[in-house]
Design a protein around this ligand. Structure first.
Ligand code: C2E
Ligand code: CA
Ligand code: CA
Length: 758
């Protein structure tokens, strides 16, 4: 019996030794700590085994010392392990050192035993008929026991606190070690008090070591994981149902219970209930996902229903789970966002991008139908907004939107393209131009307090080329509508190829202007102005673009383009400055001729016309009377008060103001009362056109007389024949300009011909 026990103890020590090596090599965080502790446990076990097996005094004595000292190491190792395993911080380094110092003291006093015989002695006894050296304890041994029990009590206290304080699911981690250390302590105590010669509790130490080896390194708290996962799934908003391989529902989460209205006991009914609610979907299929609309008391719900198999690590299907996710809110939100991304907020019509997309789909859907793209533009919208306010403007847009939408033939789409523009794509046979125009002729908007007229123009592009981009189709309709601009009584303009060429041409002009100004391609030409004696007393500056490839470009080919995009201001500033330079030179040479420059009505929108002109004459130090200013009555078409003020200022400053193209407008005579002008330029060309039976002549005569009476100088331009000149002389006209005298010419030629020294 004694032999068997001794060998068992040695075997156990060997296993613990192997475990300590495995622990060391495991690479786990607790590995090194567990290894040290296991090694410490081996010492007393071996010591004990030696005592049990030897039967010899000397060997038993060595065994006894190994056993006692090993006990100190074992307890110290357990302490070190417990502190690390429970993640406890020593309150202070001093306390830790003190405790280990007590161990050291015990070791020293045990080592002094052979000298003082104060700790223990070995007494020979007979066990199972063999010699056995039993330990007889003295005072030193008592100290040893106090130390070891004291520390053991501390360890047990630490583990107890951990078990109590940790979350329930974690206590397992500590309680196994606590219970085993309690058992070991009890066993050891029982041995001490039993008086039996052999200490069998050492087996407990070995088992304790193995438990620690397993729990600290290899134990995976499956129950903890299970509970955690269960907790997560329970709280999921999606309803989840687990089935075994026989289609029996084993478990469902809280959302699942709520969805089906089943209690815990009714879990097995889940399969039938799910089929009843969502139908028997994809029978036999292992894995699928469906979107299902569910009618409930609080309306329609959009659900995402999925089935997935549960496969174990040997690729066997153990069962499956079904999840039901309520996607209603997300779907609605997505739909809302999509709607906003595709529609115009104010009118509810499609926005530009979506209109293009829908137009594309429409054309693709009906390849044989002939379609039109219509671009509707509210021409006076800015004015409506400015005068009647944004609220009325918004209201007007909504009215136009509902007009665009109503009565649309089948196979049509419409949308809002931008601020005050709308687009429609409709079958050509569905477009009744007369009916549409009849409506647009008198498009009134009444917001309940006032009624205003909207001026709406249409540009139409007949889709002849389906290959081009949708945006280009709408651009073409836009191109057509932009040709209408100031023409009254025209409502609809149809796109034709020449428009495209025109647009390209305009773009080219715009792109080329900046360089042309810098490279000297833009120059003022001069056309003489003569007095009643035929003497050239001045000239009008008329711009020419000397193009390197196209030759001389006439002003009509580029001025309207530049007036539309505002670049006319750059051109005019350049011409005025050029003329100032010419006048400065003439003045230095003692030549007193003047130059008239043209001012576009658009200049007033983009420039401080008054300031620029005043600065210029001052900068070049020229007599202000020599730079004459030609304006047309269209200047007064907008902002009349402000512009009148500018003209008055210029006159006060000394400028001579000429009214150009007099007689070509609507209200020339009327205007003359208030207009601050010094010279009237009467346009012969205009009068020639209307000349039927000498009426033109009469009008010219009347104007000349009127001018004289108002103290205004009269100038007739467009004089082409000697006869005209003669008549005008008779009528008393003061100044003349026209091909009869000379055509506009380059500066050098003018100076040569009229004797200004170069
Ligand atoms: P406008 O100011 O009425 O200039 C007179 C136009 O009549 C000039 O045409 C001139 O060449 C032409 N003309 C002169 N005598 C006769 C004649 O006997 N018979 C005929 N049939 N025509 C005659 P041009 O140079 O082609 O200029 C056209 C218009 O371009 C000008 O009309 C003016 O409105 C504008 N323009 C010219 N230069 C400038 C400029 O520097 N700035 C601005 N803003 N506009 C300019
Ligand atoms: Ca002019
Ligand atoms: Ca003119």
């Amino acid at each position: 019996m004694r032999l068997i026990f001794g060998i068992a103890l040695l075997l156990l020590a060997a296993i613990v030794g192997i475990c300590s090596v495995i622990a060391k090599r495991s690479g786990k965080p607790m590995g090194p700590t567990a290894c040290i502790m296991l090694l410490c446990l081996i010492l007393p076990m071996i010591g004990n085994a030696v005592i049990i097996l030897s039967g010899d005094r000397l060997i038993s004595t060595i065994g006894a010392y190994t056993y006692y000292l090993g006990m100190d190491f074992a307890i110290a190792g357990m302490l070190h392990f417990t502190v690390t395993y429970c993640r406890i911080k020593w309150p202070s380094a001093l306390m830790r050192n003190l405790i280990y110092a007590v161990f050291l003291a015990d070791v020293i006093q045990l080592l002094l035993n052979p000298v003082y015989h104060h700790a223990f002695e070995l007494i020979p006894v007979q066990v199972d008929g063999f010699d056995y050296y039993k330990l007889n304890p003295f005072l030193g041994q008592t100290f040893h026991r106090v130390v070891d029990y004291g520390i053991l009590a501390g360890i047990i206290a630490i583990l107890t606190v951990k078990v109590i304080r940790s979350p329930r699911l974690q206590t397992e981690r500590y309680s196994v070690i606590l219970i085993s250390s309690l058992l070991v302590t009890a066993w050891e105590t029982a041995y001490i008090f039993s008086g039996t010669p052999i200490d069998r509790s050492m087996l407990g130490f070995g088992v304790f070591g193995l438990l620690i080896f397993y729990f600290s390194l290899y134990y995976r708290p499956m129950r903890l994981l299970d509970r955690m996962l269960g907790g997560v799934v329970s709280e999921q908003q999606d309803a989840i149902f687990f089935f075994d391989a026989n289609q029996k529902c084993l478990w469902m989460n809280r959302a699942g219970h709520e969805l089906l209205g089943l209690t815990e006991e009714e879990t097995e009914k889940a399969g039938n209930e799910l089929s009843r609610k969502f139908g028997n979907r994809h029978p036999g299929e292992e894995s699928w996902s469906d979107q299902v609309i569910l009618e409930t008391e609080d309306g329609e719900h959009i659900c995402q229903l999925s089935k997935r198999p549960l496969i174990d690590n040997r690729r066997r299907v153990n069962g499956f789970y079904i999840s039901v996710r309520d996607d209603t809110d997300e779907q609605r939100e997505m739909e809302r966002q999509l709607y906003n991304a595709r529609h115009d907020q104010l009118t509810g019509l499609y926005n530009r991008d979506y209109l293009y997309e829908r137009t594309k789909e429409l054309l693709a859907g009906y390849p044989d139908e002939e379609f039109l793209v219509v671009y509707a533009d509210i021409s006076n919208f800015k004015m409506i907004n400015d005068i009647y306010g944004y609220a009325f403007g918004d209201f007007a847009l909504q009215r136009v939107a509902s007009w665009v939408e109503e009565d649309l033939p089948e196979r049509s789409v419409c949308g809002r393209l931008g601020g005050d523009t709308f687009g429609v794509c409709l079958p050509a046979r569905g477009f009744n131009q007369q009916r549409v125009e009849a409506k647009l002729e008198d498009f009134l908007v009444n917001d309940g307090t006032s009624t205003h007229h909207l001026l709406i123009h249409l540009g139409v592009y007949r889709i002849t080329d389906r290959e081009i981009d949708i945006s280009v189709m709408y651009d073409r309709a836009h191109m057509a509508v932009s040709t209408i601009k100031d023409q009254v009584h025209i409502i609809t303009a149809w796109y034709d190829e020449s428009m495209r060429e025109q647009v390209l041409r305009n773009r080219q002009i715009t792109n080329e202007l900046k360089d042309a100004l810098v490279n000297g391609q833009i120059r003022p030409w001069l056309q003489p102005i003569v007095d009643r004696d035929g003497k050239t007393i001045g000239a009008e500056a008329l711009v020419r673009w000397i193009h390197p490839i196209e030759g001389v470009r006439p002003p009509e080919s580029f001025i309207p383009v530049l007036e539309r995009n505002g670049m006319i201001a750059d051109l005019d500033l350049f011409i005025w400055r050029s003329c100032c330079r010419i006048l400065q030179r003439w003045q230095e040479k003692g030549d007193s001729r003047f130059i008239s420059v043209n001012i576009s009505p658009k200049d007033f929108q983009f420039l401080d016309v008054g300031g620029e002109l005043k600065n210029m004459v001052q900068e070049y130090g020229i007599d202000v009377k020599k730079l004459r200013i030609e304006i047309t009555e269209t200047v007064m078409m907008s902002n009349a008060d402000k512009r009148m003020e500018i003209l008055n200022e210029l006159r006060e400053f000394g400028f001579i103001i000429e009214m150009d193209d007099f007689g070509s407008g609507y209200s020339s005579l009327n205007m003359l009362k208030d207009m601050p002008v010094d010279v009237l330029k009467i346009d012969m060309a205009f009068l020639r056109k209307t000349d039927s039976g000498g009426r033109g002549q009469t009008i010219v005569r009347e104007i000349i007389t009127l001018a004289r009476e108002l103290g205004i100088t009269s100038l007739t331009e467009g004089v082409e024949t000697e006869e005209q000149y003669g008549k005008l002389l008779d009528m008393g006209c003061q100044l003349y300009q026209g091909y009869y005298f000379a055509k506009p010419m380059p500066l050098e030629e003018f100076e040569k011909q009229y004797g200004v020294a170069g």
